[in-house]
Design a protein around this ligand. Structure first.
Ligand SMILES: *Cc1c(COP(=O)(O)O)cnc(C)c1O
Length: 465
């Protein structure tokens, strides 16, 4: 037993490394880490291990300090070519959205004060007027995210009632978000009609009872049913709703305000189209193809939106001032007709093949890695436009010179910002994809100001000397 070889708390605290940690951070915190590590070492010595030195313990303590004392999420370079990558934070924000966040939150703001009268105002009013102009709706409301928008909408309009949904649309959107679960949570009862591949207006009509609260149409945004299919057009459903006085709700998912077919993609439903079709309420996300912050947006008929505003859940799911400021800044890009140049997701979607190819070639020359530039495809992602891709170009890294191959290269790229031994911390983590034993890097989703970092990561992980 080597218990007496264990260093004392003071000897660990007096190492240079821990002493400088104590200067930078709370002494109590660092001391508690030292004690925890000593307890751990004591337990291991009890199991027959040799006692660590004060220097060894100091290093462990400093690693814990470093891994705790940083903000999360950390910035990451997305070289996957997936534009709306849910695991990487969905849509990046425009420069003016970022500025709006810092201006609205670094000090006080008129969040809920009408500056003309000095009285209490609504945090929604300016956003509402932008949304009305962009979608043509009578009323609008923004909340925390689209899932909570739907929960609020169904709770306010259909709790204790039945909601008719096509069987092919009672779907799971991903991340555990299932339409039937949200419906149940709202207190409504799901009545599914039709079959998985075909649903007709008469299916909805036959399901209508005195207790029907709403009909819900959901854009099956993350999968495609092909072949012998039929779904009911919005106009036909709206007509049926009018005949029986039942509100028709439309969850369009991504909520693209621009026509995706302009970029060679399939048509993604647009909120303004659903408004024109006469939908009672239209639901969509702020951080998918809209290109803004996390938010759930509802536009539609005034008397329905008012029911949502007055429901107690509205307060529980309300939008915060940071998202609100970023969302208004993002919507202004559409009014200024500059979405394609100012909003990152649209800039990426509209990037030309030639410009992407040129950037991949520049990366190859500037990094000096083994690899080649070749045609490939980028995806939209984020549960929008399933199976739809854009022609692109990638830098394909030849990983045969690295033991561990492409998996090892990917792993090194992901950990590129973590110091290991004498290696300097140079850059941000990079996320890419593997195809045919090569690591592919797609310039489409990499911002120009991230390229310097990306190239230094490539040199580091591919061991270019
Ligand atoms: C993404 C999506 C949602 C969930 O939206 P969040 O903003 O992530 O809450 C709901 N419905 C559809 C159809 C979607 O595509």
């Amino acid at each position: 037993m080597q218990f007496r070889n264990l260093p004392s708390v003071d000897s660990v605290l007096s190492t240079d490394a821990v002493a400088s940690a104590v200067k930078a951070y709370s002494r109590d915190w660092v001391v508690s880490l030292v004690r925890q590590e000593l307890d751990e070492a004591r337990a291991q010595v009890g199991n027959g291990a040799t006692a660590p030195t004060a220097m060894e313990l100091a290093e462990t303590v400093c690693q814990r300090v470093q891994s705790t004392a940083r903000t999360e999420p950390r910035p990451v370079i997305n070289a996957t070519g997936v534009v709306i990558h849910t695991n990487l934070g969905r849509a990046p924000l425009s420069a003016s959205a970022l500025l709006a966040i810092s201006q609205a939150s670094g000090g006080y703001s008129n969040l809920e004060m009408d500056l003309d009268t000095g009285r209490r105002g609504s945090r929604q009013s300016h956003l509402q007027s932008l949304l009305l102009q962009l979608t043509g709706a009578q009323a609008a409301l923004a909340v925390n995210n689209n899932a909570s928008a739907l929960l609020l909408g169904l709770s306010a309009l259909a709790a204790g009632k039945e909601v008719i949904v096509s069987r092919g649309e009672a779907v799971e959107i991903g991340g555990g978000f299932r339409v039937p679960d949200v419906l149940r949570q709202s207190g409504a009862t799901l009545v599914d009609v039709g079959t998985t591949n075909r649903t007709y207006v008469r299916d909805y009509e036959e399901a209508i009872t005195e207790n029907t609260g709403a009909m819900l149409k959901v854009h099956a945004s993350n999968f495609k049913v092909e072949g012998f299919t039929a779904s009911v057009e919005s106009e036909a459903l709206v007509e049926l709703g009018m005949k029986y006085g039942i509100p028709v709700l439309h969850d369009v998912g991504s909520g693209s305000l621009l026509p995706t077919e302009r970029y060679g993609l399939a048509h993604e439903p647009m909120p303004q189209e659903s408004v024109t079709d006469g939908m009672g309420l239209v639901f969509f996300s702020g951080d998918k193809l809209l290109g803004g912050p996390q938010a759930g947006i509802v536009v539609g008929h005034k008397e329905l939106v008012q029911k949502l505003e007055r429901h107690p859940l509205a307060r529980a799911v309300r939008i915060d001032k940071l998202s609100l400021s970023a969302l208004t800044a993002t919507l202004l890009h559409y009014l200024a007709d500059e979405a394609e140049t100012e909003i990152p997701v649209w800039r990426m979607i509209s990037a030309t093949e030639e410009s992407i190819k040129q950037r991949a070639e520049d990366w190859l020359t500037q990094s000096g890695v083994q690899g080649k530039v070749e045609p490939s495809r980028s995806a939209i992602g984020g549960g929008t436009l399933p199976g739809e891709t854009l022609p692109s170009w990638v830098l394909a890294l030849d990983c045969r010179g690295v033991s561990g191959g492409p998996e090892e290269v990917m792993s090194r790229m992901r950990r590129a910002d973590q110091p290991a031994g004498a290696r300097p911390v140079v850059a941000r983590p990079v996320v890419a994809r593997i195809e045919d034993d090569r690591v592919l890097l797609d310039p489409r989703t990499v911002a120009p100001d991230e390229e310097v970092d990306l190239i230094s990561v490539l040199r580091q992980v591919m061991e270019v000397r």
